[in-house]
Write a new protein. Structure first.
Length: 174
């Protein structure tokens, strides 16, 4: 049987696969940018000290500091965008958790109300009908809020899950 736990696990895995690498890369990029901003401040300070000691010329210092300040300015413009992207990814995780919590409340519906449809469904796409062996088939894709298009497991997977459920039930009654 396709259970709530299986659904939640599947969606969390899907989220994890899609977002985990991107999230790690963005965090690493943000950390590097913040670290580089601090390094640039230290480099400018050190080069100023070197100039004041006569170790480098004023012209070299000016060229070097302008280059570093441009890099730092660019990093300071990039950092807020990276932070926003990280917040968005974190918000997606929270939205998925909220969706799963809401789904738990309505796992045994007796009727479909407009409120439930608006809470869970982003859009429904109905494809044109096809005739196969004289029978009419029509595909209906339901795009859910937060998780998008969800595809039910294939019949083989459903059978496997059903057999596992039966085995679990037998263990409980034995």
């Amino acid at each position: 049987m396709y259970t709530e736990q299986k659904f939640a696990q599947e969606q969390m895995e899907r989220f994890g696969l899609q977002e985990k690498k991107a999230l790690t890369a963005k965090r690493r990029e943000l950390d590097k940018a913040n670290q580089r901003v601090l390094e640039i401040d230290q480099l400018i300070q050190k080069s100023y000290e070197d100039m004041s000691k006569g170790l480098i010329s004023e012209g070299r210092f000016a060229t070097f500091s302008v280059s570093l300040e441009n890099e730092q300015k660019q990093l300071k413009e990039t950092i807020p965008a990276l932070e926003t992207e990280l917040e968005t990814t974190t918000d997606k995780d929270a939205a998925l958790q909220h969706f799963i919590e809401q789904a738990r409340k309505v796992t045994r519906l007796t009727e479909l109300t407009p409120e439930i449809v608006h809470e869970f469904i982003e859009r429904i796409v109905v494809s044109k009908p096809d005739k196969v062996d004289g029978k009419r088939y029509q595909r209906v894709d339901i795009h859910y809020n937060t998780i998008g298009l969800w595809t039910a497991p294939e019949p083989e997977e459903l059978e496997k899950l059903f057999q596992e459920h039966l085995a679990d039930q037998r263990k409980k009654t034995a």
